[in-house]
Design a protein around this ligand. Structure first.
Ligand SMILES: C[S@@+](CC[C@H](N)C(=O)[O-])C[C@H]1O[C@@H](n2cnc3c(N)ncnc32)[C@H](O)[C@@H]1O
Length: 276
């Protein structure tokens, strides 16, 4: 079953990564706001509608959908991120959060909407996970999520990652479809996964925007180093090597700074499908 295989991700999101995401929640949500708006507009949650926010993290999109009147259940495996989400939901009856592996949870088929902002690329068995998620939908239910296109279309992550590469001993993962932010970068593969999982009317549109990474280089480096794509890689380095690597990242990013700070392109797939 998929659940047992998600152990590595469960450990990852309950460790330093989950804590850092929870600490950086405000900054992250401000940065991702343009992409949240695109995805939530597409999902178009209706008043009173039951929705599941898959991999809801700190709950930003759950709150936004509840503000549009939906009754939202946020599911996630990360305790530190869910704690943050629960704080935000205090006093609201239209929001519930639970620590749940979305891939194996036993659902009832009474949710017209499955939604996710970057929370569905981490399943060890994607087809099995989406098959299971589909069981949560009503007969006329729909699913809408956003996920990342390839690193090359996402300079907001890839510039820093490329600058760090020469300092790393481990080669980049050989399997581009391994659980992680870019697991669904290949559009045809993504369509195939959802189709094999039983979804109908699968549509995958490109959505591109600029993300504001910070007002100055110090802010950008701090944020990217803590939470972004380079955080994991930097954790491997220490002392002088780490300083050198950070200088290389700084040089690479400084070429793109403007007087308004650093804005770089982010490219997602905006995915929609129906349960049948
Ligand atoms: C990149 S974060 C996105 C969080 C949030 N949706 C946001 O946009 O801020 C990915 C999230 O997916 C969650 N996640 C990963 N695998 C999961 C699984 N099997 N079931 C539920 N959540 C999962 C992680 O814990 C993490 O919160």
């Amino acid at each position: 079953m998929a659940g047992a295989d998600n152990e590595a991700q469960i450990e990852f999101w309950n460790g330093q990564a989950g804590r850092t995401w929870a600490d950086a929640q405000v900054q992250m949500d401000v940065m991702l706001a343009p992409l949240s708006a695109i995805a939530i507009d597409k999902a178009n949650p209706q008043p009173g509608e039951r929705a599941i926010d898959v991999g809801c993290g700190c709950g930003d999109t759950s709150v936004a959908m509840a503000q549009r009147g939906a009754a939202v259940w946020g599911v996630d495996i990360s305790e530190p991120m869910l704690d943050r989400a629960k704080e935000r939901a205090k006093g609201r009856k239209d929001l519930a959060f639970s620590k749940t592996d979305a891939a194996t949870q036993a659902y009832t088929p009474d949710h017209p909407l499955l939604f996710s902002r970057f929370g569905v690329m981490f399943f060890a068995d994607p087809i099995g996970a989406f098959k299971n998620l589909r069981t949560a939908l009503t007969d006329d239910g729909r699913m809408v999520f956003i996920c990342w296109q390839a690193p090359s279309a996402n300079p907001w992550m890839s510039i820093a990652a490329r600058a760090l590469q020469p300092f790393l001993t481990a080669p980049p993962s050989a399997d581009p479809r391994a659980p992680g932010p870019f697991a669904f970068a290949d559009r045809d593969y993504l369509i195939d996964v959802l189709t094999q999982a039983g979804f109908a009317n699968v549509r995958v549109e490109g959505a591109t925007t600029n993300l504001h990474l910070g007002d100055n280089l110090d802010e950008v480096i701090r944020f990217q180093g803590e939470i972004g794509p380079i955080a994991r890689a930097l954790a491997e380095l220490q002392g002088e090597e780490r300083d050198k690597a950070l200088r290389a990242v700084r040089d690479a990013l400084s070429a793109h700074m403007t007087s308004d700070g650093l804005d770089l392109q982010a490219a997602c797939w905006l995915v929609s499908a129906t349960s049948r």
